[in-house]
Each structure stands twice: as C-alpha cells, then as structure tokens.
Design a protein around this ligand. Structure first.
Ligand code: PMP
Length: 342
C-alpha cells in the first residue's frame, strides 16, 4: 500500500532508513569510535539499577537540567532537554514558523533544517559559500536584510563541511537582525571553544547541543538547548511530555557531571582528524579543513567504491561528495591504504 493517508503536500516524502552494518569500519554517522569513559558507564549502570520502571520519567528533567546548568554556570531555567537535539530543533521550527515564513541557512549544512522548515510550510533559502565552499558572514547578513527571515540556522562547526565560525562573527549575525538565530553546536566540543552561553546575552538566540557526538552517547538520544527563559518556556510548551526517558536522563547526567574525563578522547579524535586531513591533502585529495569529528572530501566515485568494497563505510551525499567521520588511528591506516591502492 502506498502512503494512502499521507496529505498531498507531504507526498514526496520518503521513509528514512539507514543500513544496519555490523561488520567493517563504520564512519558514516559522526559517531565517536570510543565508548564513554569507564567511570561514566559505571555510574550509568549503578544508577540504572534504581530506576522505578513503573513510573514516568521526571517531565522537567530537573536533575539533568541542574547538571547541565552547573557545567555552564547558568540557571536550570535556562536549559531544556530533548530526545536528541533533533527533537528540540523540530519543536523550535513548529513554535516559530507560520506557513509561508522564510528560514535562512548556510548550504551545504544539516539536511534536517530544510525538512523541519518544509514540514511546517515554510521556505528554506540556502546561502552558499564561495568557490572554496567557505561561508561568508557578510553574505549571510546581506541575505538576512534581503529576505527578512523568521529564523536563521547556523551550524558551527558545520556539518558536513567542518567550518568553524568565530564567536565575533556569530555576534555580528545575531546583532544584525531580530530573527531567531539557532546555533547548532552539535560538534563544538571538537572545536577550539564552546560559545553556547552567548545565547544568554541576547533575546534572539537558542544554542543546541547534544550528547550524541563528543559525549559518545548517541544510543540514549539526548540533546539540550540553552537560551533565555522565554525561549526555553516556548520549547517546553510544545515539547511532548515525558519524551526523555529516565535512563537517558541518568546517562546524560553521568556524562556531563564527568565532562573532564572526556578530554583525552576528544583530543585523540582531534589528532586523528588532523593526521587524516594532512595525509589526504598530501595525496592530492580535495579535503576541507575541519574543526569537527569528520572531514568533507570531494573525490572520484572509484575511491568511494574501493572503500565500500573493503568494508569501510563513509557517508555519500552524491557521487563525488563524501564525509568521513573520524575513527581510530587504525581506521585511518585502513582508509589511506585503500585509497593508495585505488
Ligand atoms: N545537528 C547536527 C548538525 C547534526 O549533525 C545532528 C546529528 N546528525 C544533530 C543536530 C542531531 O543530533 P541528535 O539528535 O543526535 O542530538
């Protein structure tokens, strides 16, 4: 049966699937190659024993909000938690946009921004980079003046190109408009600094972060937003009640309480990234500088095919355009070996 009950405006949508790969090197989803630190896992396992399975989770995620607030030195009322940052982004789009409203975002960027925009009948306007695919803040500010969007999405470091936008440039965008600026900081723990807290200095900014990347916990589906109380209340007003499970709240709290223990593995991923970047450059590949846990590479399809045939699974956007998530040093060796032979 085709999607018989799907409304007309959604008829082009397709179910989203991803292959379940159990064998080989899986570096297609920007996951960490490492488990969380042992102490974090031990705390999660201990706390999980105390879960009252017959009770709903704490709807207001009080302990987790407090732990995130403590980490940043902010108030728990300036934080909310969702089922991945995906849930909170989705909620924000539904809260802010009326059908026909415009959203701006750099392109290429996280594909869900366009999906969320179109789900509520908005129009997504991509702002492209220069010939080297470098995004320009001046261009973004010009486009904001031209299109007068309701919302602007900025992913930094950007998925999939890896570009980090400096705090001063982010402030220029924020101060140029009344539009809501969504700062997607999913990968910022791999960059030189985390400026999530600037959301508290302005009325028009929400920062989004996730436990799925540097915190190595995509399995628990947990992300959070930081903003002034009014924006946090807006998200909480529309978010599904009890969406974040008790287990996720426990696990995320264990991670953020022990953020310092992640420092070594984050450094390791950054080093592995820099080694892979340098090696690919030396081999003549068209690879982009990245402050994240992935590299964006434009290369002939034959290299992608060779990697896949050797059970090394990277992300393909279209023929010639790929993203390699950073794995271990031995993953690097395997990748480089295959590419050399191809
Ligand atoms: N933002 C960006 C830029 C991402 O790449 C992702 C994950 N692919 C997300 C948000 C969503 O992450 P999660 O829902 O796992 O928190």
């Amino acid at each position: 049966m085709a999607m018989k009950y799907m409304k007309k405006s959604f008829s082009k949508m397709e179910p989203y699937h991803s292959a379940l790969i159990t064998d080989g090197i899986v570096i297609n989803a920007n996951e960490s190659p490492y488990l969380p630190p042992k102490k974090v896992i031990d705390i999660i396992n201990e706390e999980a024993k105390k879960i009252e399975f017959n009770r709903y989770p704490d709807m207001d995620e009080r302990e987790l909000d407090a732990a995130i607030a403590k980490h940043y030195g902010i108030k728990p009322t300036q934080v909310t938690v969702g089922v991945g940052s995906d849930e909170l982004l989705d909620v924000m789009f539904r809260c802010v946009l009326e059908p026909g409203d415009t959203v701006l975002g750099f392109s290429p960027s996280f594909s869900m921004y366009q999906v969320f925009t179109e789900l509520v009948g908005g129009t997504y306007i991509p702002v492209y980079g220069d010939q080297n695919m470098i995004f320009s803040i001046d261009t973004m500010i010009e486009k904001i003046k031209e299109y007068k969007p309701k919302m602007v999405l900025i992913c930094t470091p950007n998925n999939p190109t890896g570009q980090f936008i400096e705090e001063a440039d982010i402030r220029r965008v924020i101060e140029s408009t009344d539009a809501l600026i969504a700062l997607d900081l999913a990968y910022i723990d791999f960059a030189k600094c985390d400026y999530a807290k600037i959301a508290l200095e302005y009325d028009n900014v929400i920062s989004f972060k996730t436990f799925s990347k540097a915190m190595a916990l995509p399995s628990i589906r947990c992300g959070y937003a930081i903003s002034k109380e009014g924006n946090i209340d807006m998200l909480n007003a529309v978010k599904a009640p009890y969406s974040v499970t008790t287990y996720s709240q426990i696990a995320a709290k264990a991670a953020i309480d022990n953020f310092d223990l992640y420092k070594d593995q984050i450094e390791k991923i950054k080093n592995t990234r820099d080694v892979l970047y340098k090696s690919l450059k030396e081999m003549g590949f068209n690879v982009y500088p990245s402050e994240s846990n992935f590299l964006y590479v434009l290369m002939d399809k034959k290299y992608y095919d060779a990697l896949t045939n050797n059970k090394i699974y990277i992300r393909r956007f279209k023929d010639g355009v790929y993203r390699i998530s950073i794995g271990t040093d031995s993953d690097n060796k395997a990748i480089l070996e295959v590419l050399k032979n191809a």
